[in-house]
Design a protein around this ligand. Structure first.
Ligand SMILES: NC(=O)c1ccc[n+]([C@@H]2O[C@H](COP(=O)([O-])OP(=O)(O)OC[C@H]3O[C@@H](n4cnc5c(N)ncnc54)[C@H](O)[C@@H]3O)[C@@H](O)[C@H]2O)c1
Ligand SMILES: N[C@H](CO)Cc1c[nH]c[nH+]1
Ligand SMILES: [Zn+2]
Length: 394
């Protein structure tokens, strides 16, 4: 359905299923593999004999991959690798007042990647999470994806990424298994990846005990368009992000009456489409910043001039560039924050897989600095803190 007034919150949110998902997590914690097998039968309609795919299955599934698709994956693999390598931070350091300080970046040891698989199959998502994880140096990467047989493209990418295990499970039960471990599933240090509201609710709940990359739920696209935009292309972009399911949140904000009417006639009756007619581009930008969408497309005559005015968006495509280019091959990640989380975070990068370990060493720090530390420690009532510093340097 097309609406003309924006809702206060996202029309579909993981918050609505927290109670149900809490129960699923508790059962997986209690019953391990048995619970996963039961939930997979209930929600995914297949009976698991082995939760973890064995090497023979992975190899034989990968060998089924069409050459064309394998070549496409290889091309995209290189493109994403360049982008993510360019983000790798160097170890850094310096010194002041007789103190030497620095940061050593260390990879997270064990990471679980959730690859969605309910409505569609998402090998592209495995590239988007696995490549930055590998570049960051993560040694043990595990994948969970709800398919009875491993998808050939996922099998091929897993071999390239040296994935340690593919678990043929999905939903909240897969997230619980990765967070707490079961007989068959390895407990990881951090879980990353997009998915529906059940998956994101589970990530949110297990974040009490395990790292998560954020909330990357049902797809969102906001398009800001003026009368220079091509209505057919804008409609295609909205329809494209609608392919992720009925839960996608799709918004057109436009200054052009003509564009609004043209695009309206090209949208289906099903789905969460919103069309907002505004008087000027500044109004459009204000609305987009308030929404803080996952994908933002600026289809206007001078899009680069507007870039500095955008404060909240997961990823931005400018001018005639389709958001689907980010979904597949541009370089920046398609695992992007939803539910307004773009107000405080961006898409996945190597930083999601790295920890800054900071260090200091000092034989002869400046007296003034030492005195300042002791005064502040005493002010806070931490007398032994003060003494432990004074004992060395006073
Ligand atoms: N934000 C991003 O970065 C991003 C990227 C890619 C995809 N996505 C989103 O990921 C989502 C993928 O969703 P999907 O459903 O196709 O696959 P999915 O793998 O996320 O979810 C499928 C799982 O949901 C569970 N499930 C389904 N119905 C349930 C119910 N009634 N109760 C409990 N569990 C249930 C099942 O266990 C199933 O395995 C889409 O919404 C898409 O827009 C987001
Ligand atoms: N648009 C999705 C992010 O919301 C990413 C994706 C994967 N495949 C196709 N699209
Ligand atoms: Zn997409």
């Amino acid at each position: 359905m097309i609406e003309y007034i924006l809702p206060k919150d996202r029309p579909i949110s993981f918050i609505s299923v927290l109670d149900k998902v809490r129960d699923i997590i508790a059962k997986v914690k209690e019953e391990g593999d048995k619970a996963i097998i039961d939930y997979t039968a209930k929600f995914d309609n297949y009976l698991l004999s082995d939760i973890k795919a064995n090497q023979d299955e992975i190899k034989s599934q990968a060998s089924l991959l069409d050459d064309n698709v394998r070549n496409a994956i290889d091309i995209i693999y290189d493109q994403l690798t360049d982008f993510h390598k360019s983000m790798m931070p160097p170890n850094s350091g310096g010194g002041k007042n007789g103190i030497e300080f620095g940061v050593v970046w260390k990879p997270i040891e064990k990471v679980g990647i959730y690859v969605p698989g309910g409505i569609k199959t998402y090998p592209s998502t495995l590239l988007m999470a696995g490549i930055p994880a590998k570049i960051a140096g993560v040694k043990e990467i595990y994948v969970a994806t709800p398919k009875e047989k491993v998808d050939p493209a996922i099998a091929y990418i897993s071999i390239r990424l040296n994935i340690r295990g593919i678990y043929k499970i999905g939903g909240a039960q897969a997230i619980a298994a990765l967070a707490y471990g079961t007989e068959s599933v390895k407990k990881v240090d951090k879980i990353v990846g997009p998915g529906n509201i059940y998956v994101q609710a589970a990530k949110y709940l297990v974040s009490e005990n395990v790292g998560i990359d954020g909330i990357e739920g049902p797809t969102e696209l906001v398009v800001i368009a003026d009368d220079s935009a091509n209505p057919e292309n804008v409609a295609l972009d909205l329809l494209a992000q609608g392919e992720h399911g009925k839960t996608s949140f799709l918004v057109l904000i436009s200054t052009s009456e003509f564009l609004v009417n043209r695009i309206k006639s090209m949208l289906p009756n099903e789905g969460n489409f919103y069309i907002i007619k505004v008087n000027n581009i500044d109004e459009a930008i204000q609305i987009a910043n308030d929404i803080a969408p996952e994908h933002l497309s600026i289809a206007t005559s001078s899009p680069l001039q507007l870039l500095s005015k955008i404060s909240n968006a997961g990823a931005i495509t400018l001018g005639n560039t389709p958001p689907a280019l980010i979904d597949y091959c541009a370089g920046p990640d398609h695992i992007l924050p939803t539910n307004g989380w773009a107000r405080f975070k961006g898409g996945i990068t190597v930083f999601d897989f790295l920890k800054p370990l900071s260090y200091v060493i000092s034989e002869k720090p400046e007296k003034n600095l030492i005195k300042a530390a002791m005064i502040l420690a005493n002010y806070e009532g931490f007398n032994f803190h003060s003494k432990s510093i004074g004992a060395r340097y006073e």
